[in-house]
Design a protein around this ligand. Structure first.
Ligand SMILES: Cc1ncc(COP(=O)(O)O)c(C=O)c1O
Length: 361
């Protein structure tokens, strides 16, 4: 007999049996988390995974683990969800915004190089985002990072299952960070993960996200509680089993929209370069008639989204950084995302395709 200290039950019979069957009776911090870490890392062809409470904490922990701290400069994109830059700030570091490429809307290596030079090469990390699930130009960014002795961190929050030159996204940077928020290509509810091939870096990150814990009640540094729950990990494992299918369906939906837009002069389909596998977290078109397109789709009962209406350098929270990024600013005025997720029925995908093809500004 073992008389345990912790109450293993939460008192709701249906949930207790779910916790028992799904995650071996451990609602938090159980072996399910370790298993999810290794399964997701293996899926991305990376040696180590550290699960976190969300994508923002994954970025924060990865940057911290790489030694990014007060006064350090991290070059990143202004055309992303604000979390990318927030994570830099939360380390005490300074986000430095380069502009994006006009076609891919990912970091433009030419602008990154100019930005690095404008700071006399004194940058500590480069943080590209694989925006909408389209891999960033990692070879060029790696070359710049190596030249200036900067770390290269992937914000892969939108790009589970994507590949770049045949390599899984998440396996290219010194570290890569994923979000498992419900709208992402796979979910744990709230959750995230850092991937890296560097064992010492993985250990540092694992300590930082667990109160700086080096052993039972031994704390070698100040850390956070950025842990993923076991329940989230159980959900993540089930989702990971279906990730390839999810991505295939997203790509099939996107291909139908691409075809619908082939003869549509008023709306440009997103790029799908041959050297990458785009996973269409968003299917985002470009148009000079956004309001009209949004209204036409709305009339057909189709929701749309604008990701992102304001580039980060123009957000009030980043007023002190400021600067300009004309390509990102133009993108903010011309992007529109349509539903592309794997739960759409064939009829719904056809309806979106028809509405895109039939749009007249
Ligand atoms: C590009 C990008 N980075 C970071 C995050 C942050 O992830 P989370 O919401 O899980 O903190 C998100 C998503 O929200 C994202 O889209």
């Amino acid at each position: 007999m073992t008389v345990g200290m912790a109450d293993p039950l939460i008192g709701v019979p249906e949930l207790d049996s779910l916790i028992e069957t799904a995650v071996g009776g451990r609602i938090a911090d159980g072996p399910e988390v370790r298993t999810f870490e290794s399964e997701f890392a293996e899926h991305c062809a990376v040696d180590y995974g550290v699960a976190t409470s969300n994508g923002t904490t994954a970025l924060h922990a990865a940057l911290h683990g790489l030694g990014i701290g007060p006064g350090d400069r991290v070059v990143t994109t202004p055309f992303s969800f604000v979390a990318t830059a927030n994570a830099i700030r939360l380390c005490g570091a300074v986000p430095v915004f380069a502009d994006v490429d006009a076609a891919t809307l990912n970091l433009d290596p030419v602008s990154v190089r100019e930005t690095v030079r404008a700071h006399d090469g004194d940058v500590d990390a480069i943080l590209p985002v694989h925006l909408y699930g389209l891999p960033a130009p990692m070879d060029e960014l790696r070359a710049i990072a190596d030249e200036y002795d900067a770390a290269l961190v992937e914000d892969a929050a939108q790009a589970h299952g994507a590949t770049h030159e045949g390599r899984p996204v998440g396996s290219i940077g010194d570290a890569a960070c994923f979000s498992f928020y419900p709208t992402k290509n796979m979910t744990t509810g709230e959750g995230g993960m850092v991937l890296t091939d560097d064992e010492e870096l993985a250990d540092r990150i694992a300590r930082f996200i667990n109160h700086g814990r080096a052993g039972a009640y031994e704390h070698s540094e100040v850390g956070h509680n950025f842990r993923l729950t076991s329940l989230g990990a159980g959900l993540g494992r089930a989702q990971l089993d279906r990730l390839t299918t999810f991505v295939d369906v997203r790509r099939r939906n996107a291909a139908e929209y691409d075809e619908a837009l082939a003869d549509q002069p008023a709306v440009t389909a997103p790029p799908d370069p041959a050297n990458v596998r785009h996973v269409y977290h968003q299917y985002t078109v470009r148009t000079d008639h956004r309001e009209a397109l949004q209204a036409a789709l709305g009339d057909a009962g189709i929701d749309t989204g604008v990701y992102y209406p304001t580039p980060i350098h123009q957000q009030p929270a980043y007023a002190d950084v400021g600067g300009t990024a004309p390509v990102a600013e133009h993108a903010a005025d011309t992007v529109l995302s349509v539903p592309v997720h794997p739960s759409l029925t064939r009829g719904e995908v056809d309806a979106v395709a028809d509405a895109l093809a039939g749009f007249r500004p």
